[in-house]
Design a protein around this ligand. Structure first.
Ligand code: ADP
Ligand code: SF4
Length: 695
């Protein structure tokens, strides 16, 4: 199946195995790096944006680059989620843009043909969802509709839709065409008796339940006529005990039945276990669940596991777990990961931090973005490339104040452009909030944001870094750089929101903020974390304090803890973890008052009250920009001008407090746009709702 390619002169020979070609049916992957299907928030409405995203990955050395889940028919319409489609000739033309862009860099293009069955709500097409037996996923969460039970003519039509879409895929130029039997979608629903209660030849026995998948593989192969490989993407384990895939289907039995029917097995886990964040799972966490697959098939197997370490990749291949190193997130964080390994540039790999901001963009139905890679999603729109950046537009020197994610990325990208940069940081350590937050439970991988940037900065002789250098306005003026970038960040505020009747609740106990906790201050007595923030901080602070031995409760006026983390797929896990830590969690309650008897909370629904012990109140609320320096400089325009400073700009959390992804993007954008005049922002033709304005 494989043979060695010539190693590059600089490649570490330990990694040669990763650069062996792999035959996948009638096509050959030039190496083992395989970008598995993942959504990009683009779909056929943004074909150029999509092509830009996929093209940089092909350029970065991925042998196979797949597009995201691709609907075969309007009965599989997942809006508001951004799926792609191959419903008609217009879709073929839109897909071909991506295929051509991928081929231009010598990679194979794959398409994950998909029918969502009873999981989708068909909100735009208004078709009835289809299912084996009328049992849906809880679609009612987003739409109150149940799927209809497919009759034999529906099954025949489904097979014809798969055939027609496969033909369209071939005419768009795809090399690998999928049947998608994962994530609760239609062929998997037929496999599982919790969805499939049929009594005809598509239900009952395991062989019958596997019939649809077998027929979809066969009809796909017939349609592509030997030009394309046929892949199956399979949820190989659902971690649901006897009710899940392995409990009742027995993955081994399925592979015994049809293990050699497709040309490739692409294996993953179920909805809740597949793309887990670093807070809840390590690199290669799929391994114990999918390792049975390869023993049961002679066909190549691709799987994922947030791989960023080439040693882990090599081990997986050598141990016979995978043939192809699958990646979604690592390819988003660093589209050039394969080339960096191939060229012996391991230190340059921008490792995914496992935060799932990319996943959240999918869940929110918008184009993809990434915390580590600010160019992701901007390849076509703004012409940003993950590795290349225009040379500097002037000889101006730049002073960057503050070394959080915004300041570090700004200094790094300016340095990459060739500007003379000075980075000043008040503290001894560099990294700002990233460094501080990475010491909280489960967030260690976030330090990769600063570690990668520091690694790059260390190679730049024209960038000087000053630690323990808190700058005042005088220092900035005296320094005399032509450009000044303020990246002094934001700090959590101790203030409470107004109560509905006006004014703040009365508080007579000690009040602390997350920054106090991160600074090492210890709360006394019983702790109440008042979580007014939608993201992760409230839960993480509560978890830390509980682990440190404090008695902790967490109260939020939201209906669930950390509601925004439902987009990153973490909300359930966060709640489980808080309960495991013995934290008393109170949702949908607002604080009324705190005194020496404890905290009084009122239900947001009816005002019913309850009391919690509270000697220290930790407010996780809003953040205030650290803007003393900004305001001081704004108050001295004459001095600034006399010093030859032509421009002072605020970036990152100082400009607008947000998540780390926003800070990195802000720093990058400043650096990218310095001295370029009016930056170009392209608009997809006919896509009126896509926001294109510069901020
Ligand atoms: P962002 O997320 O916007 O990058 P952070 O809060 O992570 O912001 O980082 C801001 C950094 O700026 C911190 O490391 C802080 O120590 C530093 N800082 C704040 N004020 C000054 C100052 N006057 N001089 C130098 N560094 C500063
Ligand atoms: Fe990784 Fe986060 Fe980027 Fe997604 S957004 S690829 S999880 S760093």
């Amino acid at each position: 199946m494989t043979s060695s390619s010539e190693p590059s002169s600089t490649r570490d020979s330990r990694y040669d195995i990763l650069f062996e070609p792999v035959a996948i049916g009638p096509v050959t992957a030039k190496n083992r790096f395989y970008q598995v299907p993942h959504a990009t928030g683009t779909g056929c409405a943004m074909p150029n944006t999509r092509a830009g995203i996929r093209a940089v990955k092909a350029e970065g050395g991925w042998a196979v680059v797949c597009t995201g889940y691709c609907s075969i028919h309007p009965t599989s319409d997942d809006r508001h989620y951004p799926f792609s489609s191959l419903w008609n000739d217009a879709d073929v033309r839109a897909q071909a843009i991506m295929v051509d862009a991928v081929h231009a860099h010598g990679a194979l293009a794959g398409v994950e043909l998909w029918h969502g069955g009873g999981v989708v709500a068909n909100k735009v097409t208004r078709e009835a969802p289809l299912s084996p037996s009328g049992i849906g996923e809880p679609v009612w969460i987003t739409h109150p509709v149940q799927p209809r039970t497919m009759d034999r003519s529906d099954i025949a039509r489904l097979l014809s839709w798969q055939r027609d879409a496969a033909k369209r895929a071939r005419s768009a130029g795809f090399d690998i065409v999928y049947v998608y039997a994962g994530m609760g979608y239609l062929p998997l629903q037929f496999l599982l008796s919790r969805y499939n209660k049929r009594t005809d030849s598509y239900g009952g026995t395991f062989e019958n339940r596997a019939r649809l998948l077998r027929e979809m593989i066969e009809i796909t192969r017939e349609a592509v006529g030997g030009d394309c490989a046929v892949a199956v993407r399979l949820t190989a384990e659902e971690n649901m005990g006897v009710r899940g895939f392995r409990g009742e289907v027995e993955g081994e039995a399925l592979l015994d039945l049809i293990g050699d029917l497709p040309d490739l097995w692409d294996v993953k886990l179920g909805f809740s276990d597949d793309g887990v964040t670093s807070r809840f799972a390590e690199e290669a966490y799929h391994e114990p669940f999918i390792r049975y697959v390869k023993a049961k098939t002679g066909k190549p197997v691709v799987g994922v596991g947030r791989f960023t370490s080439p040693d882990t990749m090599v081990r997986q291949v050598r141990e016979g777990i995978l043939d192809l190193i699958g990646a979604a997130r690592p390819s988003i964080a660093d589209p050039f990961l394969p080339r960096k390994i191939e060229e012996g540039r391991i230190d340059e790999i921008r490792e995914c931090i496992g935060c799932n901001v990319c996943v959240a963009t999918y869940a929110e139905g918008v184009p993809i973005r990434c915390t580590q890679n600010p160019t992701m999603g901007e390849e076509w729109r703004r012409g940003w490339h993950p590795e290349k950046i225009p040379a500097r537009g002037s000889d101006d020197s730049v002073l960057v104040v503050g070394s959080g994610p915004a300041g570090l990325e700004c200094a790094r990208a300016l340095g990459q452009r060739g500007y003379r940069v000075t980075l000043a940081e008040a503290g001894r350590d560099l990294g700002g909030r990233v460094l501080r937050e990475s010491r909280l439970p489960g967030l260690a991988a976030w330090s990769r944001v600063s570690a990668w940037r520091l690694g790059r900065l260390e190679t730049m002789r024209h960038v000087e870094i000053y630690r323990e250098s808190r700058l005042a306005a005088d220092d900035v003026v005296e320094f005399g750089a032509a450009r000044v970038v303020l990246a002094t960040g934001a700090r959590w505020m101790a203030g409470l929101p107004e109560s509905p009747d006006g004014g703040e609740p009365e508080v007579t106990v000690e009040v602390m903020t997350p920054d106090d906790v991160m600074d090492g201050r210890t709360p006394s007595g019983a702790v109440l974390v008042l979580d007014l923030d939608p993201y992760y901080m409230g839960g993480v602070i509560a978890e830390k304090l509980a682990r440190d031995g404090h008695r902790v409760s967490l109260a939020t006026s939201a209906p669930v803890v950390s509601p925004w983390t439902s987009y990153t797929g973490e909300q359930h896990g966060i709640m489980v973890r808080l309960l495991e830590c013995g934290i008393d969690v109170v949702t949908a309650h607002r604080l009324v008052a705190i005194d020496d008897r404890g905290a009084e909370l009122a239900s947001v629904y009816g005002g019913q009250t309850r009391n919690l012990a509270c000697d220290t109140l930790i407010v996780v609320g809003a953040r205030a920009p650290v803007d003393e320096l900004e305001r001081a400089l704004a108050g001295r325009p004459d001095d600034v001008e006399a010093a030859g400073i032509t421009d002072i700009r605020s970036i990152g959390d100082l400009h607008a407090p947000g998540a780390i992804v926003h800070a990195v993007a802000s720093g990058h954008r400043y650096a990218r746009e310095l001295d370029v005049g009016d930056p170009v922002v392209r608009v997809e033709p006919g896509v009126g709702t896509y926001v294109t304005a510069s901020n």
